[in-house]
Design a protein. Structure first.
Length: 108
């Protein structure tokens, strides 16, 4: 989707967690990771039960080389998914965490 159209929606007061997730996705594709992060953080603040936003937030943190923040986002997302019965999102984020654990250097 056109980023200008999304930004216009935001400026016209049509703010929502889904709009923020969409904006973040476009910005992430453009390599504007800091701006994308702000929108994803806003998405989970607006709707803490939005599992897709938690999943995307974790992926963005990982792309920004912040594996600990990615882990925290996915853990939060899994808790939300469990409460909501969103088994697909729960499974996906659990897989992401397992992959992250495999990449982590062994602890001493």
């Amino acid at each position: 989707m056109d980023i200008q159209a999304l930004e216009n929606m935001l400026e016209n007061g049509r703010d929502s967690a889904m709009l923020r997730l969409s904006l973040a996705g476009v910005l992430q594709q453009r390599g504007e990771l800091d701006a994308a992060l702000k929108h994803l953080q806003s998405a989970v603040e607006q709707d803490p039960q939005y599992t897709a936003a938690w999943k995307a937030l974790g992926k963005l943190h990982l792309q920004r080389d912040d594996s600990e923040s990615a882990r925290l986002a996915w853990q939060q997302g899994i808790e939300v998914a469990l409460k909501r019965g969103d088994k697909q999102a729960q499974k996906e984020m659990q897989v992401f965490l397992k992959r992250l654990d495999k990449q982590a250097p062994p602890s001493k």
